[in-house]
Design a binder for this molecule. Structure first.
Ligand code: NAP
Ligand code: MG
Length: 485
């Protein structure tokens, strides 16, 4: 079968541009190194500046269109995400490597997010207060933040951008989107879809190329706010640049997410959640289960069952039927995981499972399970791959202390049926997302999402009705009638 390679392009002010001051790059399929997905142009800081200019120009009329007009366009986008789910999923799987089912899930949730945010914009976002002056009321109104930069990672190349773009558009902002270099053509497909839905020229701008282009957007005084998901290092850099010029910044960074399994746990549930949470999406989730904390005597049986679970996973090309785990995103990502595993072994981690179905190839890595303690680097630092460690503790206090003993605070889960422990988990786990008898991964698009500590800092939550906190400015108006002449 021959397939015309899709070509990438920037979208600036409604025009597709193949300007390539940085040259041309190839988007690779991590499962099929001999089948490049397509080419795309590399922009530079001038490209980024042009995109910011286009957004500045378009923002006022998008605001004036009002929530109803914007919502109609967003509802059409939702329909298109559903209609094009298979096409988007194939592109996502070709570029990122995850299974078609995982990619399709992103497209369907993207549709749901557009539908939800469009509807939400029609509900009242205002509040009314009484005042001490007769006839006067105080109203808070929400104005758009303005021009926003959106910088996204490759691991959820459809859904993470949509988490940000949908509320940004709903509340009247214009966007400059810099996607990750591993997944440029998935971004092009999304930008094309939004244009087809009727998003006007300049309201959504897409720029392709290196991280430094994201840096140019972030530093641009015309950009009112930046929403970023990615690594801790880049996130801190962005925070410093944006806050220094009094811009607004939202960060979703790494995680080191614990899953506590108590002695009374439903082990079928716990094992499925721990294996899926650790290895699903090839462990390339910010919410992936990095530490499985076994409390007391359940440890040995839990490890035996986790080992079986890891060994039963089917690793392969995400496009192939029956495959549950795809490759890592790139040879570089594989090298990082492989180095971290070697280091763990040299530090004394006990390897208890290595998946045997994993094919050869520059990006495939076998799901691996360790048993070890807090002295291991891998039990403190995020390794973005299908690797997790079981850690044994004896008491409930030790379990909670170990779960919180990390610089991160994105997600945490606990398996128990004891109401006291559940209540303690809900109140004491230092994580933005807490699951009781569920995996550390997965969330619903209408509830707040975000982390604590180094996972998000003090950033406003994404998703749900909390997304508007970032994408709008609250203004407080004191309004009283004048006396008629
Ligand atoms: P990354 O290197 O930080 O890249 C993220 C995005 O930032 C990419 O678009 C990247 O462009 C861009 N970028 C790179 N350098 C930049 C700079 N100096 N200024 C502005 N933008 C810059 O992260 P990644 O390696 O793609 O993604 C993996 C990380 O994301 C993991 O640490 C993971 O935990 C985290 N993550 C967090 C969440 C969450 O919600 N908390 C969700 C998913 C992933 P290029 O691709 O062109 O370099
Ligand atoms: Mg990177």
């Amino acid at each position: 079968m021959t397939r015309t390679a899709p070509q990438g392009a920037h979208l600036i002010g409604g025009d597709w541009s193949t300007d390539a001051p940085g040259g041309t790059a190839v988007s690779q399929n991590p499962a099929r190194p001999d089948e490049p997905v397509g080419e795309y142009p590399l922009g530079d800081s001038g490209t980024a500046s042009d995109a910011v200019g286009a957004a500045v120009e378009a923002q006022a009329s998008w605001r004036i269109l009002g929530f109803g007009g914007r919502a109609r366009i967003m509802e059409r986008a939702a329909v298109l995400f559903d209609e094009r789910a298979d096409e988007l999923a194939l592109m996502c799987t070709m570029e990122e490597g995850k299974t078609l089912a995982e990619s399709r899930g992103e497209a369907v949730l993207a549709a749901e997010t557009f539908r939800y945010q469009a509807g939400l914009a029609k509900t009242s976002t205002e509040r009314i207060f009484p005042t001490n002056n007769p006839g006067e009321t105080i109203r808070t109104v929400r104005a758009p933040l303005g021009v926003v930069g959106i910088v996204t990672p490759w691991n959820f190349p459809i859904l993470i951008p949509v988490w940000k773009i949908a509320p940004a558009l709903a509340f009247g902002n214009a966007v400059i989107w810099k996607p990750a270099s591993n997944t440029p053509l998935t971004s092009v497909a999304i930008a094309r879809l939004l244009g087809d839905a009727g998003v006007p020229a300049g309201v959504l701008n897409l720029i392709l190329g290196p991280g430094s282009m994201g840096g140019a957007v972030v530093a641009d005084e015309r950009v009112d706010g930046v929403s970023f998901t990615g690594s801790v290092g880049v996130g801190r850099q962005i925070r410093d640049v944006v806050t220094a010029r009094n811009g607004r910044v939202q960060l979703e960074l790494g995680g080191h997410n614990p899953c506590i399994v108590f002695g009374d746990a439903d082990l079928d549930m716990a094992v499925a959640a721990a294996v899926g949470g650790a290895m699903g999406s090839t462990g390339q989730k910010c919410t992936a289960t990095r530490r499985i904390i076994a409390v007391g005597d359940i440890h040995d049986e839990l490890v035996d069952r986790l080992v079986a679970g890891v060994q039963n996973l089917v690793v392969g090309d995400g496009q192939a039927a029956g495959v549950g785990i795809g490759p890592l995103v790139s040879p570089g990502a594989r090298a990082e995981v492989s180095e971290a595993v070697a280091q763990a072994r040299s530090e004394g981690a006990e390897t208890v499972a290595v998946n045997g179905t994993t094919p050869d190839g520059p990006c495939f890595y076998p799901p691996t399970l360790f048993v070890g303690g807090t002295d291991l680097t891998i039990t403190r630092e995020e390794v973005f791959g299908p690797v997790s460690t079981v850690m044994r503790v004896d008491t409930e206090d030790e379990a909670f202390a170990l779960a919180n003993d990390t610089e991160f605070g994105l997600s945490a889960s606990v398996f128990t049926n004891d109401m006291w422990k559940i209540d303690r988990a809900v109140h004491e786990l230092q994580a933005g997302l807490i699951k009781v008898n569920g995996p550390t991964t997965g969330s619903e698009i209408h509830a707040p999402f975000g982390g604590e500590k180094n996972s998000s800092g003090h950033a406003a939550r994404e998703q749900g009705d909390t997304a508007q906190e970032f994408f709008t400015r609250t203004r407080t108006a004191y309004v009283k009638p004048g006396r008629p002449r």
